[in-house]
Every structure is written in C-alpha cells, then in structure tokens.
Design a protein around this ligand. Sequence first.
Ligand code: 13P
Ligand code: SF4
Length: 324
Amino acid sequence: MSVSLPTAASLYDRVQRVVPPIEWPAFTGDIDAILALKRERNAVILAHNYQTPEIFHCVADIVGDSLALARKAMSVDADVIVLAGVHFMAETAKLLNPDKTVLIPDLGAGCSLADSITASDVRLMRQRYPGVPIVTYVNTSAAVKAESDICCTSGNALAVVESLGVPRVIMLPDEYLAKNIAAQTKVEIIAWKGHCEVHERFSPADIRELREAYPGVTVLAHPECPPEVVAEADFAGSTAAMSDYVGRHKPARVVLMTECSMSDNVAVEHPEVDFVRPCNLCPHMKRITLANIRTALEENRHVVTIDPHVAERARRAVERMLAV
Ligand code: 13P
Ligand code: SF4
C-alpha cells in the first residue's frame, strides 16, 4: 500500500489564517526539500512554540514548550534531531540523546537568560549558601546545569521546588520566574538577576491599556514576565500552559504576553478565538528559518557537542527534573 506523504501544496490549508498567500510561494521550495531530507536522513525536527508558523505547522514533527521538548527528546526514534529553537534546547536534546546527531541551524540562537550566568557564578552561590539546593532553569548552558542539583522549566518550577522538601532553595538565573514561584510557595527562594529580554519588556501599564481598549479581554502571561505583570494577568503559565488555557476556556478574545509567534501558532488551532497581538520578538528564536533548517540537514551543521564530563553531570540535573 502506498502512503501519500505531505507536500508543501497540501500544507497551506493549515497555515492560511496566519501566512498571507503572497508569502507562501517563498516557503514551498524549502518545505518540500526539508520533508524529503527528513526521510533521507531519518531526521526529526523538534520545534519550540516560538517558531514561526511555517516551521511549527509545516515541517516540525514534535512541538511544545521547553519541558515537552525535553521529555519528547528522550523517546525520539531517529538518527538526527534538528532543534528549531535556541541553543540551550539543542544542548538539552543532546544531553538526553548522547548517541544521536543533534543539529542547531544557527549557532547564534542564544538566550539572554542563558547568557546571564556562568558555571563559576553557580559555584560561588554554592559557597555562599552551603547546603542549599540549586534549582536551575533549563534556559542555561550545559556547564551551568552541571553545577546544579536539579533543573526546572516554567512548566514544572513549582513542583520541582516543592519536591525537594527543604525550607530554602536557590533558583537560577531568572529573577522574575523565581519571584513568581516564590509567590506560590512557602519555600524561601534565593534568586539570581537574569532576565528574559523578551518578557522583561511587558509592563502592568500594557495590560491596563489593553483592558481599556478591549473590554473583557483575557490576559495570559508567561512567568518570565515581571511579577507586577503576572499579578495583573488572568493566568500565568508556560507556553504550553497558555496554549492549553486557550483550548480549555476558549475565551472570545485573548492576549498572550509573550513572544510573537506564539499567538500565530495557537490561532491556527482556534479559529473561533480573537487574538489581540501586542507581542515582543525573540531575536534568538527568529534566527531559525526554513532556509537554515534545510542547510542544516543538507550540510549536517551545526553539530551540537558537549564535553563528556560536563554532560554527565548536566544530564543528571535534567533527569532529576524529568523524574519529578
Ligand atoms: P517555555 O516554552 O518552557 O514556557 O519557555 C519559554 C521560553 O522562553 C523558552 O525560550
Ligand atoms: Fe531566551 Fe527569552 Fe528568547 Fe526564550 S524568549 S529564548 S527566554 S531570550
């Protein structure tokens, strides 16, 4: 029996609400080439919720928030993983798949949170607070994870902190995520001073203006936003939690205080919901394009490697998180 495989032409229906017809022809050549290369190389594409719709809906095999990508990376049955996201996500996929080839299409796809802390900063925190466990956000380098006791994502941070059964933890490096979690638990949280350059730009004034302009709008915020923003939102959660919220509550009109592509990707699934779209672009996420995903598969680049000594300790911190 022959199985018909998707082609770019058959995929436009999926994204027609968010990709204008005039832009579509610019994507079709790369989409068809990527679909063929994935079969040739036995490759899968993991894409974060902030990837543009033509990547997210047309070539990705696995999509989700940082937690889902880490979990699903563990059971990938392929020789090659292309990470359509940022470098720390590609490192996490490599940690969980040491024997597979993991590619990141642009090595410059970094993260302001990952850049805010080094392994020696973590060692200094440990010296300063002896015996206090260190919970590290996945938005960090493998070297930073290796110095940590356990990782977390925005989707499981509260559960991870509370799983430790201690009165005090250090939570690195996102100051706002740490404060937003501290507001939900009795555990004392010592924070670092890192910020996400995308989410730190939202303010409570933005929310008030939106509520005035769109009475009744539902406001969802990512926990990397400042606590004053989260306090004024109707709900705060990881990118997957925001997407689930829209699916469960089907608000008539919603605004997602997060990266721009998120609304496009969720809007594709929920045509009945009206998305108001003030958003901030992540310049790192936007470095990934169909063109460089194609080149990554054609030229086998850029291969993600991690020093084996670092990898062993960093993997332990990620696996502890996944066991929570
Ligand atoms: P989540 O998808 O885990 O909510 O993370 C958001 C983020 O900023 C990843 O870069
Ligand atoms: Fe980093 Fe923020 Fe961009 Fe996510 S959105 S990759 S946390 S800079």
